[in-house]
Write a protein that binds this ligand. Structure first.
Ligand code: FES
Length: 161
């Protein structure tokens, strides 16, 4: 007699499961319909490739100021461009200014000033140049000095001579 019959408790659980299942199906259907307008929205309208922080060094032509003396404390350097090429102005500890091409004479990477060692260092293969000694290489594979750029101080400015 009990065969084929479902107790009231089982019926409620079964019914509840059906209800939840139906509700879930409705939610899935609602989510799955998709709005073509929303699906195509993927940006905020800003131009691609904008990085906002790439400040190119300033170009200094003959007779023009590279930097103000006061902008480059002794033991520091200032990057600029000379004839379209990267260059670096170094304020030596003895108070004098020197400038060099920042293109490594080994294979052309850009050197940068290291305040700790007061040298111009190449990140590519480790060449090291001494700005206080005519840009001569003091380490690494480079064999030739960095080309020197003539500068002089006029009225508080370091000028490309
Ligand atoms: S390019 Fe500078 S060390 Fe090789």
């Amino acid at each position: 007699m009990a065969e084929g019959r479902i107790s009231r408790g089982k019926f409620l659980r079964f019914g509840g499961a059906l209800g939840v299942g139906a509700a879930s199906a409705s939610l899935i259907a609602a989510c799955g319909t998709g709005d073509p307008g929303e699906a195509g929205e993927n940006g905020n309208g800003e131009p691609a490739g904008e990085n906002g922080n790439s400040e190119a060094p300033e170009e200094a032509a003959n007779g023009e100021a590279i930097a103000q003396e006061s902008e480059v404390p002794a033991g520091s350097a200032f990057e600029f461009e000379d004839e379209g090429e990267p260059a670096v102005l170094v304020h030596l500890e003895d108070g004098s200014f020197v400038a060099y091409s920042a293109v490594c004479t080994h294979q052309g990477c850009d050197v940068s000033y290291s305040e700790g060692s007061a040298t111009l260092d190449c990140p590519c293969h480790g060449s090291v140049f001494d700005p206080a000694s005519g840009g001569e290489p003091t380490g690494g594979p480079a064999q030739n000095p960095l080309p020197e750029i003539p500068v002089e101080v006029r009225d508080g400015a370091v000028v490309r001579a």
